[in-house]
Write a protein that binds this ligand. Structure first.
Ligand SMILES: NC(=O)c1ccc[n+]([C@@H]2O[C@H](COP(=O)([O-])OP(=O)(O)OC[C@H]3O[C@@H](n4cnc5c(N)ncnc54)[C@H](O)[C@@H]3O)[C@@H](O)[C@H]2O)c1
Length: 359
């Protein structure tokens, strides 16, 4: 299948796009390049051709010839969405809805959207299913809910939209993130010898390993239309619902000399336990990696690179800090457009060797 992956240069996209290509698909990427510099060390260039383009600027001709779009390119977590809720709406809702409309109009058949279990927001201890009410607590989660609706409303005989509501991801990527709970606690354990939670550890979070998520996305991409058309799938594994303090204990198993330090109760109200029975029964998806295995894998990688104290202090692996820094340095404007200096060197209509953020 000819597949366009948006956000192919982000944390998940940098693993997913090559994985889909290795599975035999003909993959092209599109990305604005906000996080292209976010790597521990030099990484081999991706086998996937990436076009440096903002999703707000996508035109019908960018989509011609593709059978599927896998849409990841958004401001990608709750704190980042709070930088400017209007911007979150522009990128995560309006550009996403427009992309889905253009895809349908240009004959793309499958549209796979990366939503988030964050839409459940503040839920009870009961397992949330796909039909549970959403309680979004942030601009990010509200935009995910609205985008899901806009995309699914386009379903028809020739257009097959599918939504994955992903659990929180962990594990390594060439475009690393240390602002995700397990990755963050593992980095703190490795560098500071303490697994410091920012809450009392009571909130629930379902987790999924990045390679498991890529396998689930491939299943959703390749499944027959009649199984997935217009469907929402929680994407994770019911056995991988953890309280934050349980995630800390999994990290401690990989770093036995480190102690777990609870934080104060957090005003962040997000807590959700999720049922992943639908994706298991309809698509046959089950996770292969546990949180403990993910923490042990990260320890091995952090030792090998090695991860440095600066990586916790600076902005490279923290999405919110990175965007704020690019704005403060005048490289991005307030609308998250590359400013003249960067844009002048950019080739928006073509694939270039270096993204704006690597210059
Ligand atoms: N990482 C998780 O735990 C998780 C969980 C649930 C859902 N998701 C969703 O998965 C998707 C990917 O997440 P991620 O962790 O890889 O995030 P990320 O921030 O690492 O990657 C997002 C990529 O999209 C690009 N991008 C952002 N806005 C863009 C725009 N307007 N035009 C073009 N490119 C743009 C960025 O440059 C970046 O490379 C997001 O939609 C996110 O909401 C992630």
């Amino acid at each position: 299948m000819r597949v366009l992956v948006t956000g192919s240069d982000g944390y998940i996209g940098a693993v997913l796009a090559p994985a889909l290509q290795a599975a035999g698909h003909e993959v092209t990427g599109i990305d604005a390049g906000f996080h292209s510099a976010c790597q521990f060390a030099a990484v081999p260039s991706s086998p996937v051709q990436t076009f440096w383009k903002d999703t707000r600027d996508i035109e019908p001709e960018d989509l011609e010839g593709f059978q599927a779009v896998v849409h990841l390119a958004e401001l990608s977590n709750d704190p980042l969405g709070e930088i400017d809720p209007a911007l979150t709406e522009a990128i995560n809702l309006r550009a996403t809805a427009r992309l889905a409309q253009l895809a349908r109009r240009t004959g793309v058949r499958r549209f796979l959207y990366f939503s988030s279990c964050s839409v459940y927001g503040k839920a009870s201890d009961e397992l949330c299913t796909e039909s549970s009410p959403a309680h979004p607590q942030t601009a990010y989660a509200r935009a995910k809910c609205l985008s899901e609706g806009a995309i699914l409303s386009l379903a028809g005989p020739d257009f097959c939209p599918v939504v994955l509501r992903n659990a929180t991801v962990f594990g390594p990527s060439p475009r690393m993130r240390l602002d995700l709970v397990l990755n963050n606690l593992a980095a703190l354990a490795f560098l500071e010898g303490e697994i410091r939670m920012v809450s009392d550890g009571s909130p629930w979070r379902p987790l999924i390993h990045i390679r498991d998520l890529c396998r689930a996305a491939q299943l959703a991409l390749e499944a027959p239309d009649e199984i997935v058309r217009g469907e929402v799938f929680n994407c994770g594994d019911t056995s991988a619902n953890y309280r934050i303090r349980e995630i800390a204990v999994c990290v401690q198993e990989a770093f036995p000399s480190c102690r777990v330090v609870p934080g104060a109760p957090n005003p962040d109200q997000r807590s959700y336990r999720v049922s992943f029975e639908k994706i298991r029964s309809r698509l046959g998806f089950q996770a292969r990696y546990t949180a403990s295995e993910g923490a042990a894998e990260l320890r091995e990688i952090f030792e090998r690179l090695p991860l440095q104290p600066i990586h916790l202090r600076d902005s490279l692996f923290f999405r919110c800090r990175r965007i704020r820094q690019l704005i403060a340095e005048g490289r991005l404007d307030e609308q998250l457009r590359w400013t003249a200096r960067d844009a002048a060197e950019w080739q928006p209509a073509g694939a270039s060797a270096a993204s704006p953020d690597q210059r």
